[in-house]
Write a protein that binds this ligand. Structure first.
Ligand SMILES: Cc1cc2nc3c(=O)[nH]c(=O)nc-3n(C[C@H](O)[C@H](O)[C@H](O)COP(=O)(O)O)c2cc1C
Length: 328
């Protein structure tokens, strides 16, 4: 890696963008574009990749940008640079900016090494408890102003959350628009996946490749809201704990911070051999979000991400578009 520092700054800026694109994003839409400048990289939202049904206010889109920014900041440290992030400067309203300068400080490499290994693992977990010391490390990774983080490890805490997840699942899968939006981002066949290099692939979801027409039929007519809710319940019960990220303010800079806190926590989990997967449904359906907020006494903070964590075998990786597609 060090030789790369001797190349032009364009070379290593491109490398940093590569690491940014390995970030998670809702439905793997990869809703970002990157502009490389002399001493900076700008991250811009790509609104052509919005999810108007499941994410009408774009909070998940900005969380995804926050995840990409956090990867970039961690990669910066690896390359021996220091970065300062600026959110939505007035002259360049829609951008997140990272400005770089050289430093001798070297950060812990564990998070950098975890970037290409991290994945959303939607498989069954083995239920083993996570040692307290590791839970503490996750809580420390999640610390960021404006973000609230909660861990749920006891059955009495997890049970009511399972009910909220199931309620969210039922509401979403009873909504035709939600199912159609989801279907439009599933890449059922290898051909579709290779063509788009985005979306949710059959392989990453632990399913066989099938023709797209067949996949769409199964999703529209055979997958029922009840079967989805039952499946979510089973998967949560196989997990060791749940974790929740909430935004203290319901605005885009705070959503970016939720993304940064989440990504740092996910990378810390990866470095500890802990898997994670979203069970966001109660954060996505506003009516259920309100009940969840009251139940866990979050006050004015908004629950944004709910995840299960635990131990599992790795799954096939999700895809990313090439750099040329995201650079402006
Ligand atoms: C803001 C946000 C919301 C997400 N919501 C869900 C979700 O509701 N259900 C789910 O299974 N995955 C969810 N994901 C995970 C993405 O689907 C996943 O990051 C994407 O498919 C890329 O895969 P990877 O994380 O394995 O790289 C979410 C990710 C982000 C950043």
């Amino acid at each position: 890696m060090t030789e790369r520092l001797n190349g032009s700054s364009l070379d290593w800026f491109r490398e940093m963008v590569h690491y940014a694109t390995l970030a998670p994003s809702g439905h793997n839409t990869q809703p970002w574009r990157f502009g490389i400048g002399e001493d900076r990289i700008a991250i811009l939202p790509d609104f052509t990749r919005r999810l108007p049904v499941v994410d009408p206010d774009d909070h998940a889109l900005y969380i995804s940008l926050g995840c990409a920014l956090e990867n970039m900041m961690i990669a910066t440290e690896h390359f021996g640079f220091e970065a300062e992030a600026e959110y939505f400067p007035p002259s360049e309203e829609e951008r997140l900016l990272a400005r770089f300068k050289k430093t001798d400080r070297h950060e812990d490499e564990k998070l950098f090494e975890a970037i290409p290994k991290r994945q959303s693992n939607r498989g069954r977990y083995d239920g083993r408890p996570i040692p307290d010391g590791d839970l503490q490390k996750l809580a420390e990774a999640a610390e960021r102003p404006g973000v609230r983080f909660m861990l749920f490890t006891k059955p009495g805490e997890i049970e009511p959350l399972i009910d909220f997840v199931k309620e969210g699942n039922l509401k979403q899968f009873n909504d035709k628009a939600f199912v159609e939006e989801l279907v439009s981002w599933i890449r059922f066949s290898r051909k579709d996946a290779d063509r788009s290099m985005d979306g949710l692939t059959s392989a990453a979801m632990g399913l066989p490749w099938i023709p797209s027409w067949m996949g769409r039929m199964i999703m529209r007519y055979l997958v029922t809201p009840g079967s989805q809710a039952k499946q979510s319940e089973k998967l949560i019960r196989s997990s060791s704990a749940l974790m929740l990220f909430a935004a203290e303010r319901d605005e885009k800079s705070c959503w970016v911070d939720v993304g940064r806190a989440f990504e740092r926590t996910a990378l810390t989990a990866t470095s500890l051999g802990i898997s994670q997967a979203h069970v966001n449904m109660p954060c996505e359906v506003l009516e259920v979000r309100r009940k969840l907020r009251e139940h866990i006494e979050l006050g004015d903070s908004q629950p944004m991400l709910l995840l299960r964590i635990g131990y599992a075998e790795p799954r096939p990786r999700s895809l990313r578009r090439p750099l040329e597609d995201v650079l402006i």
